[in-house]
Write a protein of this length. Structure first.
Length: 231
């Protein structure tokens, strides 16, 4: 953007409109550097809005001073940051205000209607892209939070079921040994064995359910016969 501004008219300088362009570029650059700092998103919304507003004002000034060239991109960058960094209402309000200000200033400065429309269109497109990226990021964050919560629930469920079913399996093994020692009827031994098998199957199914809750792949149709036979 600085290169494009340098090739526009009037170019940055130390006198007249060139000085105005130089000052506007400096303000824009400083505000942009502040806005892209790692800790900037953690600042208050008011501070972020103020910095982005200053950046946008400098971008509007550049667009008004340099009527030739894609100088409206500076204001578009501010609109992009306003929508991506600020809450929805505040970002849209600030972005809309900067877009309107850019159009008004360039019209007053004597820019042609086609040039004004082009600059406004670029700014609006940057705002739309910013909104799309923001929604995508929010959806990704919500998905990650949901998966983390599902993982936590799955862990707790696994602990409870594993403890209960493992305890039942141990007790059934003890009952089977007692049945053998006391020469119990075959029907009782078979019932104990069947119950033990069901507990083991229940433990395996519980682990499978926990895995599904965590996002592991579910059983395929090829596994259906074995699942039916287990019951």
């Amino acid at each position: 953007m600085a290169l494009g501004s340098a090739n526009s008219h009037p170019a940055p300088g130390l006198h007249g409109q060139g000085l105005g362009v130089t000052l506007a570029l400096c303000v824009f650059a400083v505000a942009l550097l502040i806005a892209i700092l790692d800790g900037f998103p953690e600042r208050s919304v008011r501070l972020q809005a103020a910095v982005i507003a200053v950046m946008g004002a400098a971008g509007v000034a550049i667009g008004g001073l340099q009527l030739k060239g894609a100088t409206g991109v500076a204001a578009g960058v501010a609109v992009f940051l306003a929508i991506t960094r600020l809450p929805l209402n505040a970002g849209v309000a600030l972005g809309g205000a900067l877009t309107v200000a850019l159009a008004v200033v360039t019209v007053i400065a004597g820019s042609s209607s086609s040039a004004v429309a082009a600059e406004v269109l670029v700014t609006v497109l940057l705002g739309v892209v910013a909104q799309f990226l923001k929604r995508s990021r929010e959806n990704q964050d919500q998905t990650e939070l949901l998966m983390a919560e599902r993982g936590r629930i799955a862990g707790e469920l696994h602990d409870v079921l594993a403890h209960s079913l493992s305890g039942a399996a141990i007790r059934l093994q003890g009952a089977r040994k007692l049945a053998d020692r006391d020469h119990a009827t075959p029907r009782l031994s078979d019932a104990i064995d069947r119950a033990s098998d069901l507990v083991k199957a229940g433990l395996a199914n519980a682990r499978q359910a926990v895995g599904a809750l965590r996002g592991d792949p579910l059983p395929t149709l090829a596994q259906r016969p074995s699942l039916i036979d287990s019951y």
